[in-house]
Write a protein that binds this ligand. Sequence first.
Ligand SMILES: Cc1cc2nc3c(=O)[nH]c(=O)nc-3n(C[C@H](O)[C@H](O)[C@H](O)COP(=O)(O)OP(=O)(O)OC[C@H]3O[C@@H](n4cnc5c(N)ncnc54)[C@H](O)[C@@H]3O)c2cc1C
Length: 458
Amino acid sequence: MTRLSFRPVDPTASKPFPVANATLPYWRTEHHEIDSHRSTEDLPTECDVLIIGSGLAGASTAYFLTDDNPSPPRIVMLEAREVCSGATGRNGGHCSMGSPAFIDSVIQKHGPEAAKELFLFTAAQIYAMKHVVEKEKIDCDYMLDRFVETFLNQSDADNIKETYEAQLKAGLDYINDVDIVNPKYVEKITGIKGAKTATSVTGAQLWPYKLVSSLLARILEKGCLNLQTHTPVHSVSVSPKGISIVNTPRGSIRAGKVVFATNAYTSGILPLYADKIIPTKGTNSHISVPKDTKFPPPHLNFTYGITYEPPQTRDYLIPRPDGGVICGGAKHTFYDAKELWWGNFDDSTLFPMASTRDHFETVMQDNFVGWEKSGAKVDRIWTGIMGNTADSFPHVGQVPGQPNHFILAGFNGSGMSMIFLTAKGVAKMVRDDVAFEESGIPRLFKTTESRLKLEVKP
Ligand SMILES: Cc1cc2nc3c(=O)[nH]c(=O)nc-3n(C[C@H](O)[C@H](O)[C@H](O)COP(=O)(O)OP(=O)(O)OC[C@H]3O[C@@H](n4cnc5c(N)ncnc54)[C@H](O)[C@@H]3O)c2cc1C
């Protein structure tokens, strides 16, 4: 086993590519010993399955390829930076089932059957992750919770109520888990000042970096994974005999099958997805309460989405056991400067406007009952890159025209609710040659020529 210090990737790349010197998220302040791991000094020359990317998508694909498999394939994982240094290490630390508004938008566009399939899939994922965390004894603060989507605007609140009631009337049995907090008590229950209504669904919070790095460590222990960090893939070609050649500055690897778990950066090495998965920059913060505060705020028992009164904007946050919160969003502070976030894959810089940080500095005092005099303040702020698609669903399955190339990428802002079981399905396709339709992955995720024709808009 060889461990290396950080070596920057090519910072001049104009195609989407992980950049050097990324901002430091809260989740990456405690490094796992495999953070900069290289299983061997040199790259292997060949393997059965080569996975590009070590976020939740790459790590869970590797996990399901090897779990309960007496003859696992020889897997190589190549990661441009450190383990889990992309979106998974920079997000809000939360996943949840679909909300009534989300279900409604899917019903309107794709019909009730597709919506049901998707909702049940996101629900199952929460418990599937819990099961693996327990089975593998992973210490990553995984906790089931209720995710409370709160609306401060009366017309939003009216719309949500109408949508929910229409779904009840239509007899959508699968929305049993969805609840609407009685508007009479919504401020008291959510603790959010001026809340007009709130929906609640089951969700989970976790330390995503700890889940991913620990999963990878377990797979390394089994001896069937060769992990190579600080090894950017610059291109993937296919020989006339159909062998995939994966090219890096450290050499090339011949691979039987290649899995692209590269999310926002996919089009950097898979041109078919240029303009189809758009890197989109977001920001997140850790807000802490001084230990010696004279006015300790109440601990929050839910995780939250908050849609404000105009300006129309939304934040999301989870309470941390350290007494602070992780809060992301603040999009209204940078929305008009489109070039700063749309098509932007530079997570080495923060949004330059002071208003972004200022928003997080006061978000708790301004909105939460009992936090007004807490002295809560931002102690860390960072950025991360999502991969946006035309219909907000990921591209998953066999890459069109390349039967040995598989993709699970283009997870938008709520990828944590979709990735884990998607990876299980992709692993089945890779490992057992099952068709997409037999993989358990929602039909809406299948990467197809027709989806690749859709235009992606901000
Ligand atoms: C600020 C922010 C907040 C978010 N909050 C939430 C949230 O609260 N809940 C939720 O559900 N989702 C959230 N998301 C979205 C979620 O984080 C992503 O959907 C998810 O993490 C994507 O996982 P992934 O493994 O596909 O991608 P990533 O975690 O980005 O992993 C891809 C990996 O591939 C590597 N890579 C890429 N190209 C190459 C290459 N050419 N060679 C080698 N390696 C390469 C990258 O370095 C990276 O490590 C948020 C995202 C951001 C940015």
